[in-house]
Write a protein that binds this ligand. Structure first.
Ligand code: FAD
Length: 423
């Protein structure tokens, strides 16, 4: 089969539509929401919900069986392109505004965790709401004060109340993206949920980890604090406390038993990240592309054109910088495409998924920094968005596994070491 580098037609068409959304609904409000942290872009949220419902997309969370393009896939006789489509959509929305992309209704990391770790019945039960009348968000709570990179150290506990067939959760989660919108913003939104990772048996280590769906409005769960952040300020990042939170028995995703030496619960967490890391990478590359395009526009306005095709020694320093950035951006994008192609073709992609995220984290940080540097005062001024993109880009290298942790995942995969052998 020949290798094609052009995006399939349905993807290009969707990108075209989303570019208008990015220009008209995101860019025009980027500065306002950056300066009014914790205000919500309701017009964008409601518009996206209506548009996704109308087109049958429903959710931007990864899905097993496509993203509303099943018919197209059959007609085109190509492998499913659900993840590839998702990566392209996310890149374009992040080009508009990555913080606003993070408040797009449809489930985000919470829905991705249900997809990765839930049974078919649980997927049907928890994910149907994203196609309902009201925009709805979900979130995933893994990180705790003493457990971020080292996910296996989580201290949140889940105890089974056998008599009532309920789980009782206690713990404190921090840095939960969209935690507030998933739990509390009821009047305008549909009923969301959070997926809480907890231990059902701390002595079992990773084998004791399980994910629980906690519906908004469940007694005992509350948003304790909202973070003030350097970038992505329109996206709420919540600390969530759980005090004697009771959830039905079937809200534990996948298996509820602690089989000896089984790490199926932990594997559910890792499967979530394998699915979402290339998408995080795509979002970071959207920010980098926005910055690079803006730089080129400003250079053109000032009579500077990049002379492609000249020998390197004949190029100016700025031309070399621009070309280097374009190479970085395109090579990082190819890594994303490889990781999502593998996901679409149901091939294990832990290595490629982490690689794409490492690369995008680096590239996003380098490009946005260089753009600010080359633009000088224009880059530093709040009159333009370059300084904001510089602040927004850094998160790609932090959440869903830091650059260091993803490098460890890559090294373990290549060298064949376990987590215990290389950490
Ligand atoms: C804006 C934002 C949104 C977030 N959203 C979510 C969310 O929705 N859900 C969620 O569960 N979490 C979320 N997080 C948390 C994020 O995933 C963690 O912050 C991240 O995994 C790092 O964990 P930590 O904060 O405990 O840092 P630590 O693990 O303490 O790491 C601190 C530093 O040490 C390095 N380090 C740690 N271990 C090693 C090692 N073995 N080798 C080399 N270096 C190492 C790290 O790379 C990092 O540079 C979010 C964070 C932010 C900032």
């Amino acid at each position: 089969m020949p290798i094609e580098f052009e995006a399939p037609k349905p993807i290009v068409q969707t990108q075209f539509v989303l570019k208008t959304v990015a220009e008209e609904m995101m860019r025009t409000h980027s500065r306002y929401f950056d300066e009014h942290e914790h205000e919500s872009p309701w017009d964008y949220i409601e518009f996206m919900h209506t548009a996704m419902k109308a087109t049958g997309v429903g959710s931007l969370a990864p899905k097993e069986q496509g993203n509303g393009h099943e018919g197209d896939e059959k007609k085109e006789k190509r492998p499913p392109i659900a993840y590839q489509a998702l990566a392209a959509q996310i890149e374009m929305l992040a080009w508009g505004d990555v913080g606003m992309y993070l408040v797009t209704p449809g489930g985000g990391l919470g829905a991705a965790a249900v997809q990765a770790a839930g049974t078919p019945e649980q997927k049907a039960k928890f994910l149907a709401r994203f196609g309902d009348d009201k925009p709805t968000l979900a979130a995933m709570c893994m990180t705790e004060a003493g457990a971020g990179s080292d996910t296996a150290s989580i201290r949140t506990r889940a105890v089974l109340d056998e008599k009532n067939k309920e789980w009782i959760l206690n713990g404190e989660k921090i840095f939960v993206t969209a935690g507030d919108k998933a739990l509390t913003e009821y009047e305008k939104l549909g009923r969301g949920f959070i997926v809480v990772w907890a231990s059902i048996d701390p002595s079992a280590g990773r084998a004791g980890m399980r994910a629980f769906v906690v519906e908004a409005g469940t007694p005992g769960v509350k948003v304790a604090k909202l973070e003030h952040k350097m970038g992505i300020r329109v996206s709420d990042t919540a600390a969530i406390s759980l005090v004697d939170v009771r959830v039905p028995y079937d809200h534990v995703l996948g298996s509820s038993t602690v089989e000896e030496k089984s790490t199926s619960g932990f594997k559910g967490a890792m499967a979530t990240f394998d699915a979402t890391r290339p998408l995080v990478a795509a979002s970071g590359l959207g920010v980098a592309r926005a910055a690079l395009e803006f730089l080129k526009e400003k250079l053109t306005e000032n009579g500077v054109q990049v002379r492609y095709g000249l020998p390197r020694q004949k190029l100016t320093s700025i031309e070399k910088d621009v070309i280097d950035m374009e190479i970085m951006l395109k090579s990082a994008w190819l890594m994303v495409i490889k990781a999502v192609w593998m996901a679409d073709n149901k091939k294990p992609n832990a290595l490629e998924s982490s690689m794409s995220k490492v690369k995008a984290g680096d590239v996003g940080t380098k490009i946005t920094q260089k753009v600010v540097e080359i633009l000088g005062p224009l880059g530093y001024s709040r009159e333009f968005l370059a300084e904001k993109w510089f602040r927004d880009a850094k998160i790609t290298d932090i959440y869903e596994g830091t650059g260091q942790i993803n490098r460890l995942v890559v090294a373990r995969q290549i060298l064949g070491y376990s987590g215990k052998e290389l950490r």
